[in-house]
Design a binder for this molecule. Structure first.
Ligand code: TLP
Length: 345
């Protein structure tokens, strides 16, 4: 049976050139700072994002957590969206590990947080209150249709944050998708932040890893935090080698994933029993609702699975399909045919 896996771009497997680079990677002990391939990846990432320094970490979750630890003291408050990955999907590490108090504000449908909400949530200097230390944004915003946050919005948040001497971290797991969708250089988005983490192992298809970028001082603190979390890796150059290929070769092809996602959304919009506005789909995430009254999302997920199409039910009526490196335009047409069959069974 033909299998098309649209559950996530995390299912991507390393490309042939990644496997070759991994086999040939020069390595050393990275905890001693002696892995030349890790060092090279970190230099390249910092340069690409326009930051002073960078740190290779095991995952997006670790990247966000070391950033919180490096920016905040215990008991500090962090402002973040109520649909953010950090709040929803990272096991509450903000509270349990970083000791940071999460102040959630409503995410608008496009993944932004209203500027006036941020302004109103910033704590005045009062003995009763925690100190507002950090604003956490997400770009692209996974749960908000994978929407990219534009440079103008980022500039406005930065201005506000600077006025209050608060730092900004961006969970940029898919920040390269954002840059492609907005037709800007990724450094323009990063320029409006104090730190950004991005994932090598999602749309960029590397097997493992994320990179955190920021000032030298911030990265030195993040490096200490990574070590205490058990993330000090040794001959990690075999992994970083794939990351270098991800950064140099794979960012260029993301527009294809976005075009496939758009076509999928347009096709789904024509199917009775499904609701989606294709204009909401700007990157590689396709969220849609099942309105067919007798078929909840988990039932549709199961029916599709039995026909070889994997998607994720993310709510009672909500589902997600994500396009990536292994998905072709022909796969999308096949998937649409399977959806039609699954709904008419
Ligand atoms: N997202 C995964 C799942 O955890 C839901 C996915 O399939 O989308 N930030 C964002 C915006 C993410 O989407 C993810 C992963 C992470 C951080 C965490 O990355 P990892 O899985 O590497 O810890």
């Amino acid at each position: 049976m033909r299998i098309v896996d649209l559950r996530s771009d995390t299912v991507t497997e390393p490309t042939p050139s990644m496997r070759q680079a991994m086999a040939e990677a020069k390595v050393g002990d990275d905890v001693f700072g002696e892995d030349p391939t890790v060092n090279r990846l970190e230099e390249m990432a910092a340069e690409r994002l326009g930051k002073e320094a960078a740190l290779f970490v095991a995952s997006g979750t670790m990247g966000n957590l070391v950033s919180q630890l490096a920016h905040c003291n215990r008991g500090d408050e962090m402002i973040l969206g109520d649909h953010s990955h950090v709040f929803h999907d990272e096991q509450g590490g903000t509270a349990s590990i970083a000791g940071v108090h999460p102040r959630t504000l409503p995410n608008l449908p496009d993944g932004k947080i209203a500027l006036e909400d941020i302004e109103a949530a910033i704590r005045p200097d009062d003995v009763h209150f925690p100190v507002t230390r950090l604003i956490m944004l997400e770009n692209t915003h996974n749960h908000c249709n994978g929407n990219p946050l534009d440079v103008e919005y980022m500039q406005a948040v930065k201005k506000l944050a600077d006025r209050h001497e608060i730092k900004i971290h961006v969970d940029g797991a898919r920040v390269f998708n954002a840059a492609v969708a907005l037709a800007v250089d990724v450094s323009e988005l990063a320029a409006q932040t104090d730190s950004v983490s991005f994932c090598l192992s999602k749309g960029l298809a590397a097997p493992v890893g994320s990179v955190v970028c920021g000032t030298k001082d911030f990265i030195a603190r993040a490096r200490r935090a990574r070590k205490v979390l058990g993330g000090g890796m040794r001959q990690a150059g075999v992994l970083a080698a794939a990351g270098i290929v991800a950064l140099t070769e794979m960012t260029k092809r993301l527009a294809q994933d976005h075009a496939n996602a758009r076509r999928l959304a347009e096709g789904l919009a024509e199917i009775d029993g499904l609701t989606i506005d294709p204009n909401d789909i700007k990157t590689n995430m396709v969220f849609f609702e099942i309105t067919h009254k007798d078929i909840p999302a988990v039932e549709l997920e199961k029916r599709l699975y039995l026909k070889g199409v994997k998607v994720l039910a993310t709510g009672i009526r909500r589902l997600r399909a994500v396009t990536h490196y292994h998905i072709t335009p022909q796969d999308i047409e096949h998937v649409l045919m399977v959806f039609n069959k699954a709904l008419s069974d």
